[in-house]
Structure formats: C-alpha cells, structure tokens
Design a protein around this ligand. Structure first.
Ligand SMILES: Cc1cc2nc3c(=O)[nH]c(=O)nc-3n(C[C@H](O)[C@H](O)[C@H](O)COP(=O)(O)OP(=O)(O)OC[C@H]3O[C@@H](n4cnc5c(N)ncnc54)[C@H](O)[C@@H]3O)c2cc1C
Length: 783
C-alpha cells in the first residue's frame, strides 16, 4: 500500500468514526448530567467487575482523545468518581497520554508531508527549534491552557518531535490538570457545571507552572553566564570607556562598528594588519581582479570566433579572405586562437592597484568620519570587560567595554604535509606578492577558491594541475554543476586529478620527467606531467627555483606531480589564538568559534561574527551577521535576535560562474525535502547566442511540487552572480515563479533567463483539465 493510499484510508476511517459519533449522538453519553445519572450503576458494575470496567474506560478515553472528540473532561471526572484519586489519576494519565500521542501521530501521518512540501525550508527551521526547545514549549502548552489539547496534538504532529519525547512531556505536563479534574470527580455529585472546576487562581498557578520551564531555561543560561563570569567578576568596572569594542576590521568588523556608531554607541574598532581584512587585501578583491585579467586573455584568445583578428596571428588562415563577413560570423570556431602575451608583473600590479583603489571604502579616515574610533594595533581580551591594544610601536592602551565583538576572520589552512613548507607553499595570503608566473602551478584543493585560481592561472599561461582528495571538485554544488566546472577547467588546460590524497612534497628527482604529456611512469609510481600545449608567453622557467613534486596516493598507487609553485587552497580555519580567548576558557579547538544563534559566546556580552564564527565564509554573510552582532551586543538586555540564515546566496567566480541561493538537488534529497526541478538551458537564450559564449550553462530552479514556491536556484553561466539577485529577492520576499513570469525583463538580456525558467515551470504545470474545457469552449464558439 502506498503512503498516499494509507493516508486516504486513514482519513476515511477517521471521517467515518467522527460521522458515526455525530450521527448516533454518542456525545450525549459523555455529558456531565449523563455521567452523574449513571454514576450509581457504573459504581456497581465497577465493584462487580473492576478489571473490565477499567479496561473499557481506558479504551473509551483513548478513542475520544485520539479522535479529538468532545468529552475528555467529563470522562476525567468520571475516572475520579469511579476509581478514586490515585487509581483515577493513573488510568486517566496513561489513557490521555496515549490518546494525545495517537492524535499527534494521525496528524503527522495525514498532514506532515503536505506541509513539508509547501513550507520545506521553514519547517526545517521549526524542526530545528523543536529539537532544541520543543520539550519546554510542549510542557508549557500542556500546563497553560492557551490552546485546546486537540490543537496541540495537531500542530505538534506537523513537527519532527520524537514520539517518545511527545508522550512523556505530555504526560508530565498534563499531570497537574489531571489531578485537579480527577480529584473534582471524586465529588461528582456536587459538581453542577464544568466551569467551576478550575478557578482563576488555579489557572494562575498552572500558568506559573507552565512558564517555569522556560524561566528555568533562561535561569540556566543566566547561571551559565554567571559561572563563566564568576572568576572575573571582581574585575568588572563600575563605568565603561566603550559600549563596544570590535576586534578585526574585515567585512564583519567594519559593518559591526558602522552599525554601532550609527546608533550612537561609543565604539572602538581594532585592526592589527590591514583595514578591509581578507576580502579587500587577499580575498575577493584581488582574486576577482586576477580573474578579470584572465578572462580578458581568454576572450582575446577566442576573438577569432567573432571574426576578429588580434596581433601577429592575423597571418594565420584568414577568415575574411575566403568568406564574406556574414558567412564568417556564422561559422563560429573558424580561424585559430590568437596568441596572447601575458605580462604577469603588470597583471599583478593592476591587481594591487585595484586593491588600492578600493581601499578608501574601508579606510581609517572613512570610519573615523562615520563616528568609529579606529585603532591600529593588536587587540587582546584581558578579561571579559577589558581589551588591550598594542600598537606597532609597542605602546599599549586598555579599554573597558560593555560588549566585545570578535571579528578576527579566518586564515588558510595548510596541512602538515612533509616538505610542503620547504617547497615554498603559497596560500591566498601570500599569492598576491607573486611577480613571476609559475610555469607549472599545482593547486591543492578543489573548492571554490582552488577552482577560481586554477582557471585564472591557466588562462594567464601557467600549466596548472589541480589535486583534490574527494571524488569531485565543488562538493557543495550539484553533480551537474561540478562536472561542468571540471569540463570548463579542462578546456582551459587545467589537469584535474580527483581522488588523489596528497602525501608529501619532494624535490623533483633527476631523471623524473617533471613535465611532458601525461607520463605514467609505472603502476606503482606515475609521473603526472602537464600537457604544455597551451604554453605561451610567461610559461617558460622564470626563476632558478628548484623544481618539486607532490606525491599523491590514489587507489593504493603513488603518483608524482611536478610543479614549480604549489598553492594550497584546502579550506580556511578561524583565527582564534593569541588574543585572549584561551585564558577566558572559550573553546578554541574547533575550526570556528562556537556561538549560539544570537552569535553569543559563553559570555553573553562577547559575540562573534564573520569567518571566525561561520557557518558561511563570505563577505556578504559576514556583513549580514554583523547587524545581529552589533544589535545583540548593544541591546541584548532588552531583546536578542536570532541570525536569519534562510536566504544566503553565493557564487563561485569560474567561467562560467556558478551561483546559488537556497537548496540544490543534493541538499534537498539529503534533507528529505520534496521538490520539483525546472531547468532552462541558457544556450536557448537569444542574448547568450548573440554573445557567442562557448560555455552557456543553465538555470535550475527547485520548487515545491505542484506549487510555484521557490526552494532554491542554481545558475551556471556568464554573470550568474549578477543574475542570481532577482532570485534572491524572490526567495527573500516569498515571490513565486508566477510572479517572476509576470515581470517584464528587457530584451535581449541574460536576465530574461529568469522569465524563461519560470515559463518552463509554467508549461510543465499547466492546468490540463481546465485547458481541455477551454478548448471545448473555443470549439463551441466556432459553432
Ligand atoms: C581567495 C579568496 C577569495 C574570496 N572570494 C570571495 C568572494 O568572491 N565573495 C565572498 O563573499 N567572499 C569571498 N572570500 C571570503 C571573504 O574574503 C571572507 O568571507 C571575508 O573576508 C570575511 O570577513 P571577516 O571580517 O570575517 O574576516 P577578515 O576579512 O579575515 O577580517 C579579519 C580581520 O581581523 C584582523 N585581526 C585578527 N586578529 C586580530 C587581533 N587580535 N587584533 C586586531 N585585529 C585582528 C585581521 O587582521 C583581519 O583584518 C574569499 C576569500 C579568499 C581567501
């Protein structure tokens, strides 16, 4: 039996049972008057056959509560009247728990899947909350009668709360009420109405009991904070120099301090190295500037596809001599790639200039102008309320502060491979000082940074090998996007080696071919040289650095991969050490700093945001968190906000770019979220055809089955990062595909891809039944 059939059957059985209850007016047996009238007979029956009476009572109670029928209160009173306080409470307590649990399971079986497909992401959020605090909330709801019990059963059935948790918390929560009603039942003869049983003062007491667990939780966290602060309490100043001290002037710290200053707090921002942090100095900005140069080089190489001749290569078979201009434009791919000369020092000089051009946006002057007290120096948290700042000249000052935000970022992780340091490993921190193009560059790591840089260097003329331990690059993206990225990298001349575990670096042994086309030396040891066919200017040996090779292991076989420079891009770990966290007892052993959903550490007034806290390591994610860090740090005593991670976009700046917001297929499957896929291939788009890009890509939209609600979008293609903005907006504000389709997009633009993807979804979700009627209507109109 399919789950759909079983759901239908269950719904029918339930509907029949409820209909029977109403049609036969069974409710009349569960009224107070009826119970009082039958009390003497029932008592006699109970005296004669106690076992069967208890069993029958139990079954009736379970059925009534499981079907959410009216009558549970009179039944509870009857329990008291028949069995007395002790046994009555016992029987009612178990019967009501079983009935409530069954009702919850019925709701789950009938409704959860439908709700999940409609509100997948939000439900996942609710489930996380339920896993964290569900028991507390349920206990409170059971005690404080703000919601009728059948509603609680129904709602909790929609969540992923564990059945066992639901049962025991319900039983515990209902116990006090059960006792009161069973006790009242022992005096059934005196009860004239149900209203008087629970007095306002008793209700008040229940409410108090109900909020107790939540208050308890609050108390526990307050006590935890108190315990963490206890050893330091004597150091707490009476007055504070600052409302907030922010450590680190990267994206996270800059935005935090800006917001603090905007709300008139006295805030100090401390930076030990360079204003702007990694994004400006060693991350987004230089990498995108390098990619720009690489893309340009590639476009020039491909100029022949547009009938454009560049430089000396014009001597090659000439398109225009043999064909008309119109013909030649139609024959894309004719001619030969132009020879490109990359002046690598000039490329890197421009990269540095771009950084300098953007520097003023993050400068000391700008932030001082915004009201932030910027201090250049190394910050150290001396105690929970004091931050010491040591300037380059050794001078120190200590500031007392109400709150601290740690925004110290992350640094590249360099694995402890033998020989790696000796081989002069480069990272995204040091790469930008390079002034010679490495003839052979080995990129360790197949994540976004590794892929972006591998492609850029290949396009600039290096012979690049990319080594990845996993089975594929870009493991967070869908298989189709990752394998397309691999194809494009290989088309650019990158040798991609997946499933290779790096073991060590060794000097390239004499006699070993350090390059040359794919030399597999032996089954036990193979030289994976790099095909040098794309060798252009800058690819010759440019320094007298000794050559090295990386030894990898793949399927029990060792391989040697020769390189001139090796770039390590295997991930980034939070900067946690050396500024006082250890002394405070804050856990620094992980890859990021542990913070709660308000970005608070174990000390509620010490918060963290950006790469140091994770879970996302993007500039825009850091800036997003910064608002929460600033507001919770400054105003947390009134209200704290949980960081909203529901719509976080990102982009890998390969050519073609891979941009994503929300779920992709592999995540939806892993999270058990039902989805429908609509894919629109960009090579169908007029603008893409006009542009003549070799790598077109696609837009993939995941929606709730049968609905236009967007669960996630992946765009693979030129300018995918820009194109994603419309989807981010749609998801953030709950706009579905019908709204995207109804929006006018300029022709011919890449942005039209959104409309076409929405159109593809619409075609796949046509109301066929209705259209058949419309067809008949037209036939009738034609006469
Ligand atoms: C090659 C590369 C490319 C990237 N490309 C992109 C991209 O395209 N898009 C994107 O969104 N993200 C990208 N990122 C990621 C992005 O750079 C980070 O997510 C972002 O910089 C995080 O900002 P942050 O403020 O958390 O940390 P950071 O920018 O690292 O800032 C932390 C600052 O704290 C300072 N600091 C540390 N300790 C102390 C101390 N004790 N006292 C005073 N100061 C201290 C550091 O000097 C640093 O300046 C890229 C990263 C790399 C490496």
């Amino acid at each position: 039996m399919t789950s759909k059939t079983s759901r239908l059957l269950l719904a029918l059985v339930l509907a029949a049972a409820v209909a029977g209850f109403v049609a036969l007016d069974l409710g009349r047996f569960l009224s107070l008057e009826q119970l009082r009238a039958a009390q003497a007979d029932l008592a006699t029956l109970y005296a004669q056959r106690p076992g069967p009476v208890i069993a029958a009572f139990f079954v009736v109670y379970v059925v009534v509560t499981a079907l959410s029928l009216p009558g549970a209160v009179p039944l509870t009173l009857a329990g008291g009247a028949l069995f007395g306080l002790g046994l009555g409470t016992l029987v009612v307590s178990f019967a009501s728990t079983l009935g409530a649990t069954l009702a919850m399971l019925v709701s789950r079986h009938l409704l959860r899947e439908a709700v999940q497909s409609r509100f997948g992401a939000r439900l996942a959020e609710v489930d996380r909350g339920i896993a964290r605090d569900g028991a507390f909330y349920l206990f409170t709801l059971r005690l404080v009668p703000v919601l009728p019990f059948f509603a609680i059963n129904l709602l909790m059935g929609l969540t992923a709360m564990r059945v066992w948790t639901y049962a025991w918390v319900s039983q515990l929560g209902m116990l006090a009420g059960t006792l009161v009603y069973v006790n009242a039942g022992t005096q059934l003869a005196q009860i004239t109405s149900l209203q008087g049983i629970v007095s306002p003062s008793l209700l008040g007491a229940f409410a108090l009991l109900g909020v107790l667990p939540l208050a308890g939780r609050w108390l526990v966290s307050a006590l935890k904070a108190r315990r963490a602060l206890a050893p330091w309490r004597h150091l707490r100043p009476r007055r504070f120099d600052r409302n907030l001290v922010v450590i680190g002037a990267g994206a996270a710290g800059l935005v935090t301090s800006y917001i603090a200053a905007a709300v008139k707090a006295r805030v100090t921002l401390v930076e030990a190295h360079r204003m702007g942090g990694d994004c400006l100095n060693t991350g987004c900005v230089p990498s995108k500037a390098l990619i720009r140069a690489a893309t340009l080089a590639q476009e020039i190489r491909e100029a022949h596809r547009y009938g454009v001749r560049v430089g000396a290569e014009a001597a090659a078979p000439d398109l225009f001599e043999s064909r008309s201009a119109a013909d030649s434009c139609a024959v894309s791919g004719a001619g030969v790639p132009a020879k490109v000369t990359v002046d690598f020092p000039s490329v890197m000089a421009r990269v540095a200039q771009v950084v300098r051009d953007i520097e003023p946006h993050d400068s000391v002057e700008r932030y001082r102008g915004l009201g932030v007290d910027v201090q250049l120096g190394r910050a150290r948290i001396v105690d929970p309320w004091h931050v010491e700042i040591t300037q380059a000249d050794g001078q120190t000052q200590t500031l007392s502060t109400r709150a601290i935000v740690i925004a110290t970022g992350a640094r590249p992780v360099v694995p402890p491979l033998p020989g790696l340091q000796e081989a002069g490993v480069l990272t995204s921190d040091t790469l930008w000082d390079l002034r010679e193009l490495p003839p052979r560059l080995l990129v360790l790591g197949g994540g976004p940074i590794g892929c972006e840089l591998a492609q850029a260097f290949a396009r600039l003329g290096s012979k690049v090998t990319q080594v990845e331990m996993g089975s594929r690059q870009l493991p967070k993206e869908d298989e189709d996007a990752a394998s397309y990225a691999r194809q494009r990298l290989e088309a650019d001349g990158v040798t991609v080696l997946t499933g290779h575990r790096a073991l060590r670096c060794e000097r390239d042994a004499p006699g070993h071919a350090s390059s040359g086309p794919g030399a597999e030396a032996s089954p036990a040891k193979a030289d994976l040289g790099i095909d040098g066919s794309r060798s252009e200017a800058g690819a010759g040996p440019t320094s007298d650095r000794p050559a090295w090779c990386l030894v990898t292991e793949q399927g029990g076989v060792e391989h040697r991969i020769a390189f001139d420079r090796i770039l390590c891009a295997v991930g980034r770990g939070a900067r946690l050490e050396g500024f006082g966290l250890e002394a405070l007892g804050i856990d620094t052993s992980g890859r990021t700093l542990p913070v709660d959903e308000h970005l608070q550490t174990t000390f509620p007034h010490i918060l963290a945001c950006g790469d140091v806290a994770g879970p996302y390591q993007f500039t825009h994610a850091a800036a997003h968190q910064a608002w929460y860090a600033a507001v919770n740090g400054l105003f947390g005593i009134f209200r704290r906000f949980k960081v909203d991670y529901r719509v976080i976009p990102w982009c890998t700046f390969l050519d073609p770019e891979i941009a994503r917001v929300g779920l992709n297929e592999q995540e939806a499957v892993a999270q058990g979220v039902p989805f429908e896929v609509t894919r629109f291939d960009l090579d169908d788009l007029d603008r893409v055809i006009v542009e003549g890009s070799a790598a077109a890509g696609w837009v993939k939209v995941l929606t709730v089955p049968g609905k236009d609600r967007i669960l996630g979008v992946t765009i693979v293609g030129r300018h995918a990062g820009e194109l994603l903005a419309e989807w981010v907006m749609a998801m953030k504000h709950g706009l579905g595909l019908n709204k995207v389709l109804g929006t006018i997009h300029v022709y011919p633009t890449l942005a039209e891809s959104a409309k076409y993807a929405a159109g593809a979804w619409k075609r796949a979700n046509q109301p066929l039944g209705l259209l058949r009627w419309v067809e008949r209507f037209h036939a009738w109109r034609r006469g």
